[in-house]
Design a protein. Structure first.
Length: 101
């Protein structure tokens, strides 16, 4: 499948909560979802509480449908207490590249 919609975000966890935030994100219900073709969680090398997330979806509609589901909303609710600050949602249209993990 090809990603035609994506986004990135940088999230700052409360001090000492970076590990818990990463653990929740890496268990996100979007990972096994067939329309989610890229899901990358990274950390700042210098600040373990600074987390970067990149997602690629088959379409903006597929992402919107998924985000409206109960599992997605439950994840958001579980993430909120760990988050000190997050960047604006930055969407993009993937045009190529490579993702292998």
């Amino acid at each position: 499948m090809i990603a035609t919609h994506g986004f990135s975000a940088t999230i700052t966890a409360h001090p000492g909560q970076g590990d818990a935030l990463v653990k929740l994100l890496l268990g996100a219900p979007s990972l096994p979802h067939e329309d989610c073709v890229v899901f990358l969680v990274s950390r700042s090398a210098g600040n373990p509480d600074l987390i970067h997330v990149v997602e690629g979806w088959t379409s903006q509609e597929a992402h919107s449908r998924f985000f409206a589901t109960e599992p997605a909303q439950e994840l958001v609710a579980r993430l909120q207490p760990l988050v000190a600050d997050s960047s604006p949602y930055t969407d993009f249209v993937p045009v190529g590249g490579k993702a292998a993990f």
